[in-house]
Write a protein that binds this ligand. Sequence first.
Ligand SMILES: [Zn+2]
Length: 415
Amino acid sequence: MSPELKLVCLECGETIDQEHPHSTCRSCGGLLEYTLVPGKEKTRFSGPFTFWRYRQIMPRVSRVVSLGEGGTPLQRSRRLAEAMGIDNLFLKDESRNPTNSFKDRSAALIVSDAASRGYDTLVCATNGNHGASVSAYAARMDMNCNLIVPKAVDMGKLAQMMIYDAKIVESGESIEESIKRARKLEDELGWYQATTELNPLSVEGLKTISYELVEQNGVPDWVILAMGSGATLYSLWKGFLEQEQLGLVDRMPRIIGVQAEGCSPISRAYARGEEKPVDIGEGETEASAIRVSEPIYGALALKALKDSDGYAVSVSDEDMMSAGKEMAKLEGIFAEPASAAPVASLRTEGVGSLIESSDNVVCLVTSSGLKALVTYFKAANRLASTRGEDVAWKHVTAAYSTIQSLSTKPSREVA
Ligand SMILES: [Zn+2]
């Protein structure tokens, strides 16, 4: 018998019916989570090394929409390891997913669920990667995709959303405001809620990264990843806990969460020994993927960090960009700034003093650098200037002129 998944409220503990989709608990407004109940037989995975290999530990869907997600490489990174002074460094390269980010895992499951339930319209608040993913999977299923985005979104991600034919509406300065708007639209129009923070299937999709890591190279000593809302860190930890529960692993990794110095409500709370994210007002960082000032999964991420005997740290935008360049130069992997934060953290005193040189370390590369081209062009240009080259500058100027010369004004239709 396969494991069973119950949907429960993390606040009041109520068991929720799975007949209809739910974004939060109807009784108390708390976050919902699927809890795994192991079956009688030992869980074994079969089939090709893809996302859907792990169907039995995910909530059931009757229709599957796939673009070939999951099964991403775990690249042993010898040159980068040497530069960082450790022996065993691996990069889990999630930029190889269909829309070049880890969010394809949650989007595949969410859109499959919406299709299984017969929905034809989705709503999703997003600051980038998740929106790009959801719009691609929605396109494949011929579903209407309404994306609510905050003011600043990376140009590459926005281009993906547009080309995948999503309807894009800007709402608010921050992702928090966009999420409120998406909730309102769900309530008023009955659209399927595909926002990461409001759909418990997100965690279920993302936890498969942990299952893959274990099948690829056993349990790492350390898993290092960037934190925005805290959902990814929490998801990976949940994946490891489940594998322990299923008897698939007999030890657990230690988890390190990394935030941007200008936007670090979780890392600051960790440093102060607090259980909830610190109120930082409006955070600022060029790494838009982790520009989240009020992290909905912050308290759960803090608990995961504590339970895993882990650690949290912040790095500057400049350090992320340098780490991004080193990853590209030494390993051939082009990561967006937020995805370079884990590697940047290896150079911090806190992380450096925790990791033994012989430890097995995995850094999660969540998304491709192609999505944040403007940010990298600026950095490439600074590098080119120091070398007395002006190639990057010439191309950036040309790109900006092209954008400025576009005469069609985008539609500002409000949903
Ligand atoms: Zn509740």
